[in-house]
Write a protein that binds this ligand. Structure first.
Ligand code: UD1
Ligand code: MG
Length: 456
């Protein structure tokens, strides 16, 4: 079973999220490309804790889309309050566990903030994360007596005087398993919302002699919950700012830290990397030294080696770009493409599932798909691999040193041998042997004495 002692993190994620106005469960909405719940699960994993997620809505999707080892999923059939939600997880807890309570819609909480909280928890102390807000409306207020926390009152249950308190409950707390269990069993729902409030355990603990240690996050955004698309965007921009600052601290030059989006993991594998404005990175992207990314590029799951230049408006996905290789402007590099060192793919060129050898060039207006292209090959403007007959895909092989004239169609499967030349305008349907010239053209004729038609 799961009950082995240690840190257990209970993540409350049963809320519906009506205000998101979406068919997607609230906790699956993404910040920087990662679902909110996944952020919280990942942070909990960093603490070596075992995670219990209390779910309610869209169970199937939420479970399917959340990655983590050893997550326990506990259903809360009816949402009867935060205390009731935690009660659903109680069977998973051992008395000596340090229990951390987090929220699936509070994604950006930091490991260090939580580690601070956990460090002081024992039989005599629990930890509560609080913040002071200019506008505390809606939150549970922290009621203190001579500086000591005595209870939390919810907005709807608070007196006028209590509503003036600016210190609020973030909801995040850390407590011993036995204390939590005993308090939860005593919860009642005789309050303004007829809910079982988790926050009521504070007063019970104080009465039984446990002291409430309050800590605070470095930044309010860490404890901000998401209930609407506006709040989702506030956290998105905050997180993107942190990512941009981290990149700059690694030596990356950004023309505008506000116009960069990293929706995944951007690995900086060198120095003097330059990223122009409006670039979007998705999935896992690795950049080597001296790589330069032009404006408005979208780059997903790619490895871009030292000295490569990606010019403006290029879209790259699931591909590798070799050293000193040039891509774009306006190039589309599709999945399964490997561009060799010192190769070039120019404007309005689409490349799919192709190996382009070292030093080879496809500089203008071409489609090269399902191809194996050797080294030092020159592919002229307007070259097309006809790789699809409507049913099957076929392969085009172009060997080292070949020269493909402009406006050539390579009807696959077909092979162009080493150093072969294909004349401009050719439709190649048969293999071209090494060192030969192949051409397929109708003879040019010129009609002498021909006159342009004139208007009647
Ligand atoms: C709660 C706190 C309040 C705190 C605020 C911080 C209580 C009683 N109040 O209030 O002191 O200032 O959060 O944002 O705890 N949830 C469930 N099941 C339920 C109810 C809630 O899983 O039955 C989850 C929600 O999905 C959400 C979280 O718990 O992630 C908080 O619930 P919410 O209803 O937003 O609580 P608040 O009234 O905002
Ligand atoms: Mg709330």
């Amino acid at each position: 079973m799961f009950k082995k002692m240690g840190i257990k993190t209970i993540i409350l994620a049963a809320g519906q999220g009506t205000r998101m106005k979406s068919n997607t469960a609230k906790v699956l909405h993404k910040i920087a490309g990662k679902p909110m719940l996944q952020w919280v699960v990942d942070t909990a994993n960093q603490l070596d804790s075992q995670t219990i997620v209390v779910y309610g809505h869209d169970a199937e999707q939420v479970i399917k889309k959340t990655i983590g080892h050893n997550i326990r999923w506990v259903e809360q059939k009816q949402q009867l309050g935060t205390g009731h939600a935690v009660q659903q997880a109680i069977a998973e807890l051992a008395d000596d566990d340090l229990v951390l309570i987090l929220y699936g819609d509070v994604p950006l909480i930091k490991k260090a903030t939580l580690a601070n909280m956990l460090a002081v928890v024992d039989n005599k102390t629990m930890s509560l994360l609080t913040v002071k807000l200019n506008d505390a409306t809606g939150y549970g207020r922290i009621v203190r007596d001579n500086g000591r926390v005595v209870k939390i009152v919810e907005q709807k249950d608070a007196t006028q005087a209590q509503r003036q308190i600016s210190e609020v409950n973030t909801g995040i707390m850390a407590i011993k398993g036995d204390q939590l269990r005993s308090c939860l069993s005593k919860l009642k729902n005789n309050n303004a919302q007829n809910e079982y409030y988790l926050t009521d355990i504070i007063e019970m603990l104080v009465e039984s002699g446990v002291s409430i240690n309050t800590t605070h996050p470095d930044n309010e955004r860490e404890v901000q919950g998401v209930n609407s698309k506006l709040q989702l965007n506030q956290l998105e921009r905050y997180q993107q700012r942190l990512i941009a600052e981290d990149l700059m601290s690694q030596g990356v030059t950004l023309t505008d830290a506000k116009r960069l989006d990293v929706r995944g993991e951007l690995i900086i594998n060198g120095q003097d990397i330059f990223i122009d404005c409006n670039v979007i990175f998705e999935g896992k992207v690795t950049l080597g030294s001296n790589v330069s990314i032009g404006a408005n590029c979208v780059i997903k799951n790619a490895q871009i080696d030292d000295d490569a230049q990606i010019y403006a408006h290029s879209v790259l996905e699931d591909c590798c770009v070799g050293k000193a290789t040039k891509v774009g402007p306006f190039a589309r590099i599709r999945p399964g493409t490997v561009l060799g060192d010192n190769s070039q793919v120019g404007n309005f060129v689409e490349v799919k599932k192709t190996n382009l050898g070292k030093g080879s060039k496809i500089n203008h207006l071409s489609y090269i798909g399902d191809a194996e292209v050797g080294q030092r090959v020159n592919i002229g403007a307007g070259t097309i691999t006809c790789n699809y007959d409507g049913v099957n895909k076929s392969k085009t092989t172009i060997e080292d040193g070949a020269f493909i004239g402009s406006d050539t169609q390579l009807v696959a499967p077909v092979t162009v041998g080493k150093n072969a030349t294909i004349a401009a305008g050719t439709t190649l349907t048969k293999n071209a042997a090494a060192n030969t010239l192949s051409l397929s053209r109708t003879k040019q004729t010129t009609l002498k004495g021909w006159k342009r038609p004139t208007k009647d």
